[in-house]
Design a protein around this ligand. Structure first.
Ligand SMILES: O=C(O)CCC(=O)C(=O)O
Ligand SMILES: [Fe+2]
Length: 668
C-alpha cells in the first residue's frame, strides 16, 4: 500500500494513541461446560454461564471465550503463514456485480481502512435482494469467488465456517436464555442466513498514528466471532467511560461482539460494541471475523416479548436484506461527502443506528423515494456535512441530475443543540443555469437562467419566511412547471375565454389581474405570476388595502369598501380589457369591480371565491351558501381543496353561467 495516502488519514480526534493500555476486567468466559463431552450437566453452573454471558453483553457488548470446543486448527491455518501468500498472489477482485472475494478499498466512515480483505459467505449461494431499493422485490444470489491459489484455501475456509457457525448459534441460544427467552428463539432467523466471513490482512503501516486498520464502527449483524493472531491491535470503546481499550490477544480465544441486530432485537438491553483496529509500522496482522447474519427477508425489530407499555419499542422495523445489500455495495468505495444516497438507502432509512426513535440529533431529511422524514446518519461524523442551499444550485447546474435535499430540524424538550452550516455559494454575478454540457435536445434545459446575486439578496431579505410563498424558491426558474393550480387556471381560462363571445380576438395576449384572499397578499400568486408572464401575457397582482406590502394598517380601514379600493383605483386607471381573477375574499373585490367597470372586464374567474350577485353585493351570503365547497384538511397543511371556478361573461351574465368543480392539489 506504500506511503499513507490522504484517503487513509483519520480526523485528529479519531487518531489512535499508540500507547494505549491493555486493561484487566474484560470478560473471559470459559465454555467448557457446554463443550466438554465429559462435563456433567449442572443446572446451577449452566445458569451461572447464562448470567455471565448476559452480563458481558450488557456491560461490555463483547467478551472473549475459551474452551469453545473448536479445535482452533482452522483459525490457526487461516491466520498462519501457509495461507498468507494468498494476499500476495493475484486476487479475484470483487466488483459491483459480485460483492464477494478480494478487495482493498473498504471505507469506514468515509475514511479508507489500512487493510485488504477476502470475503466469503457461509451459504453457497446466499440469497439477497437484487438492490437496496425498497421497491425492488427482485432477489439475486451471491457466489463465493475462490482463487485458484492457494488450492487448500477453499476447504480450509469452508471447514472453519462450519465450526464457527456452530459456536455462534450456541452462543445465540445462551443469549436468548439470558434475555428470558426460549433457547431456540433466534433459530428461525438464521435458516437462510446471510452470514459471511472475512479474512482481514493489515499490512505494516508507515504512519500508524494517522491511519486505522478499521475505523471505529459497530458490527451490523447479530453476533461476530472473531479470531485474531498474536499481534494485537483491536480496541473497543468501554461503555462505562467511553475510553478506547486494547484487547490483548488471548491464545485460542475467540472474541465475541454483540452486533446491531441483537441491540434491536433486545430493544437495547444489550448494546453493540464500538471497536476499531490499530495498525503498526513493523508487523502485519491477520484476523477473521465471522459475522452471524439473519436471512435477507428478516424484518429486524424489537422482539415482542421484550417490549411493553413501560418499555416500548425503541426501533422501527427494517429489512435486513436491504440493509446488507446497501452496505456491500457502498462500503468498498469512497462515498462522496455530499452524497444523496443516505436518504434513499435502507442503511439510513431503517438501519439500527438511524431508526432510533429518540435520535438525539434533530436534523431530518425527506427521503426522495416516499417523502418520509428520516434522520440521516449523524452519529458518526464529527463534521456533519448537511446539504444546504448550495444544493439547489447543484440541482440547476446539473439540470436535475442531482436534486437538492429537503431537510428540517426538530427540537427537543431537554437538550439544546448547536450546528454550523457552511453554505458554499457562487459569486453574486453568477448566472445560474443548467450547464451546457448537461443539456441537449433530448434533455433540454429545465431551468431558466437567473442571477445568483439577486436571488441571494432576496432570500436574505425574506428568509425569515422560509416557508412562505414570498420567499423565492427554485421552482420560480423551472421551465416546464409541473401542472398546478396555476397552469390549470390558465388553460381553463383560455379554453373558456375562446368560447365566450366577448373574449378578446387574440387570446394569446391577455392582461390578468390577480386579487388575493383575506390575510393574503399579492405574493400569494407568485407561481401564477411567473407562469402567466412566461406565457407571454401581462399580469398584475394587487395588494388590497392593509395586505401584503400595502402600508395601511387594518385597524385604519373604515369599511370593506376601503379594503377593496386598490382594485377600484387600478380598474379606473387601466387601459383596455382585463381578466380578473379573485381568490377567496378576493371574489368580493372582483364582483364589485364587475359592477363598476363592466366594459373593462372580459372574463372573471372565481377561485374558491366568494361570488356576490351581479346586481347586489349584499346578496353575497345567499349565493355563497348555495355553492358546493368541498374541503379536506390534513393536520398542519392543506393538501387538497376543492377548486370552485365560475367563469362569467359579464354582459351575458343572466344568460349564461359556467360552474366548474374540480379537485386539485394545492401546494402552499
Ligand atoms: O481485526 C479485528 O480485530 C477486527 C475487525 C473488525 O472489527 C471487522 O472486520 O469488523
Ligand atoms: Fe467489526
Amino acid at each position: 500500500m506504500g506511503e499513507v495516502d490522504p484517503a487513509f488519514i483519520q480526523d485528529p480526534e479519531h487518531r489512535p494513541k499508540l500507547s494505549a493500555t491493555e486493561v484487566k476486567g474484560i470478560p473471559l468466559i470459559d465454555l467448557s461446560l457446554i463443550n466438554s463431552p465429559h462435563s456433567v450437566y449442572d443446572p446451577r453452573a449452566f445458569e451461572g454461564l447464562v448470567a455471565e454471558i448476559g452480563n458481558a453483553c450488557k456491560d461490555w457488548g463483547f467478551f472473549q471465550v475459551i474452551n469453545h470446543g473448536r479445535s482452533a486448527k482452522g483459525s490457526k491455518l487461516l491466520l498462519g503463514s501457509s495461507l498468507r501468500c494468498l494476499w500476495r498472489r493475484r486476487k479475484i477482485r470483487r466488483d459491483e456485480g459480485n460483492v464477494l472475494g478480494y478487495y482493498d478499498t473498504e471505507h469506514t466512515k468515509n475514511v479508507r481502512d489500512w487493510k485488504e480483505v477476502f470475503d466469503f459467505t457461509v451459504e453457497e449461494p446466499t440469497l439477497v435482494p437484487a438492490s437496496p431499493d425498497p421497491e425492488d422485490k427482485e432477489e439475486t444470489e451471491w457466489y463465493n469467488q475462490w482463487p485458484e491459489y492457494p488450492p487448500e484455501l477453499r476447504n480450509a475456509c469452508e471447514e472453519y465456517a462450519r465450526e464457527v457457525e456452530n459456536l455462534a448459534l450456541k452462543l445465540m441460544g445462551l443469549i436468548a436464555l439470558g434475555l428470558g427467552l426460549p433457547k431456540d428463539r433466534f433459530n428461525s432467523y438464521f435458516k437462510d442466513q446471510t452470514s459471511f466471513l472475512r479474512l482481514n490482512h493489515y499490512p505494516p503501516c508507515p504512519s500508524p498514528q494517522l491511519a486505522l486498520g478499521v475505523g471505529r464502527h459497530k458490527d451490523g449483524g447479530a453476533l461476530t466471532v472473531l479470531a485474531q493472531d498474536d499481534v494485537g491491535g483491536l480496541e473497543v470503546k468501554r461503555k462505562t467511560d467511553g475510553v478506547w481499550i486494547r484487547v490483548k490477544p488471548t491464545p485460542n480465544a475467540f472474541i465475541i461482539n454483540v452486533g446491531d441486530v441483537i441491540q434491536v432485537w433486545s430493544n437495547e438491553r444489550y448494546e453493540s460494541v464500538e471497536h476499531r483496529v490499530i495498525v503498526n509500522s513493523e508487523k502485519e496482522r491477520f484476523s477473521i471475523p465471522y459475522y452471524l447474519n439473519p436471512a435477507h427477508y428478516t424484518q429486524v425489530e424489537p422482539l415482542e416479548e421484550l417490549i411493553n407499555e413501560q418499555n416500548p419499542a425503541k426501533y422501527k422495523p427494517y429489512s435486513w436484506g436491504k440493509f446488507i445489500t446497501h452496505r456491500k455495495l457502498t462500503q468498498a468505495k469512497t462515498l462522496p461527502l455530499i452524497d444523496l444516497s443516505p436518504i434513499n438507502t435502507p442503511d439510513n432509512i431503517s438501519g439500527p443506528m438511524h431508526a432510533k426513535i429518540d435520535d438525539a440529533g434533530g436534523l431530518e431529511v425527506k427521503r426522495k423515494a416516499d417523502g418520509e422524514w428520516i434522520p440521516p446518519n449523524l452519529l458518526s461524523t464529527s463534521n456533519i456535512r448537511t446539504k444546504g442551499h448550495a444544493q439547489e444550485f447543484r440541482t440547476i447546474l446539473s439540470n436535475d441530475r442531482y436534486e437538492s435535499l429537503e431537510h428540517r430540524v426538530v427540537v427537543n424538550s431537554k437538550k439544546e443543540r448547536f450546528s454550523i452550516p457552511f453554505f458554499v455559494n457562487p459569486a453574486h454575478y453568477t448566472i445560474v443555469k443548467p450547464l451546457e454540457e448537461l443539456a441537449d435536445e433530448q434533455n433540454q434545459a429545465k431551468y431558466k437562467p437567473y442571477n445568483w446575486g439577486k436571488f441571494f439578496s432576496h432570500r436574505k431579505l425574506t428568509d425569515f419566511k422560509k416557508n412562505s410563498a414570498e420567499n423565492m424558491q427554485l421552482c420560480h426558474f423551472r421551465q416546464n412547471l409541473i401542472p398546478s393550480i396555476s397552469t390549470f387556471l390558465i388553460v381553463l381560462l383560455l379554453c373558456v375565454a375562446n368560447e365566450i363571445e366577448s373574449a378578446p380576438t387574440n387570446p394569446s395576449k391577455q392582461h390578468f389581474v390577480l386579487v388575493h384572499g383575506s390575510c393574503f397578499g399579492a405574493w400569494s400568486w407568485y407561481k401564477l405570476v411567473t407562469l402567466i408572464r412566461s406565457s407571454g401575457h401581462n399580469v398584475t397582482a394587487l395588494d388590497l388595502a392593509a395586505s401584503g406590502v400595502d402600508p395601511q394598517q387594518a385597524k385604519d380601514l373604515r369599511s370593506i369598501s376601503d379594503y377593496l379600493k386598490p382594485l377600484r383605483d387600478f380598474m379606473e386607471a387601466v387601459d383596455g380589457k382585463v381578466i380578473l381573477v379573485g381568490h377567496s375574499l378576493g371574489g368580493l373585490a372582483i364582483s364589485q369591480a364587475m359592477e363598476r367597470f363592466p366594459s373593462k372586464i372580459s372574463v372573471a374567474i372565481f377561485v374558491t371565491a366568494l361570488m356576490s350577485g351581479p346586481a347586489n353585493i349584499s346578496s353575497l351570503n345567499k349565493e355563497v351558501s348555495s355553492c358546493t365547497f368541498l374541503y379536506c384538511k390534513k393536520p398542519h397543511h392543506i393538501t387538497l381543496m376543492a377548486l370552485f371556478v365560475t367563469v362569467i361573461n359579464y354582459r351575458k351574465i343572466r344568460l349564461r353561467r359556467i360552474k366548474i368543480q374540480i379537485f386539485i392539489k394545492v401546494v402552499y
